[in-house]
Design a binder for this molecule. Structure first.
Ligand code: PRP
Ligand code: MN
Ligand code: MG
Length: 186
């Protein structure tokens, strides 16, 4: 029978490495947003569906401050492995963010198209602060400059899957991050 793990050529980040790093990010954010929380101001963790859902779910549980969780769906890739260059809002946030401290948890920063669009869009809603925390930042030549509060891992310019990242909507549920065997694309 089918075994998802057989489709993986190489693991880049193991489940243990990811969990350790996400815990570190959660600890750092807890410290950074402690005073904001103490003042009674609202913190909103925003996840960019669908890729970032898993990262945000883990990150939220490593953050020891009161926070809201909200979701936005944006797509730039479709089903291929290359960005189409088109960013679309598929689902907007459920609540207003005006005056709130927004932390965007994104799975990966690649061309930067998605985050450039998102930052501009969310900034116009006048949040008290707006921070970006991608789990992964790809080392690519042409990347829009994005000011990140933290980055989980730098990663090579290869098509990776797992821990939220998909290939044609599959492999998001792998607990680790890796590259597919070439025959899987065929
Ligand atoms: C992927 C990924 C990021 C974005 C990064 O999302 O999850 O959101 O692309 O690429 P960029 O920096 O070049 O914009 P995708 O559009 O595949 O949607 P998904 O999260 O539903 O998989
Ligand atoms: Mn995404
Ligand atoms: Mg995708």
């Amino acid at each position: 029978h089918y075994d998802m793990h057989n489709d993986i050529k190489e693991v880049f980040f193991t489940e243990q490495q990811i969990q350790k790093r996400v815990a570190e990010l959660g600890d750092a954010l807890t410290q950074e947003f402690q005073s904001v929380a103490d003042k009674g101001e609202t913190i909103v963790l925003v996840s960019v569906l669908r890729g970032a859902a898993i990262f945000m779910a883990d990150l939220a549980r490593y953050m020891n401050v009161p926070l809201e969780m909200d979701y936005m769906a944006i797509s730039s890739y479709g089903s291929g492995t290359k960005s189409s260059g088109v960013v679309r809002i598929l689902k907007d946030l459920s609540s207003e963010i005006k005056g709130k401290h927004v932390i965007i948890a994104e799975d990966i920063l690649d061309s930067g198209l998605t985050l450039t669009y998102l930052l501009k869009n969310l900034a116009s809603r006048e949040p008290a602060s707006l921070s970006v925390v991608p789990l992964l930042r790809k080392k690519v030549k042409e990347q829009a400059p994005i000011d990140c509060l933290h980055v989980g891992f730098e990663c090579p310019d290869e098509f990776i899957v797992g821990y939220g990242l998909d290939y044609a909507e599959k492999y998001r549920n792998l607990p680790y991050i890796g590259v597919l065997k070439p025959e899987v694309y065929e």
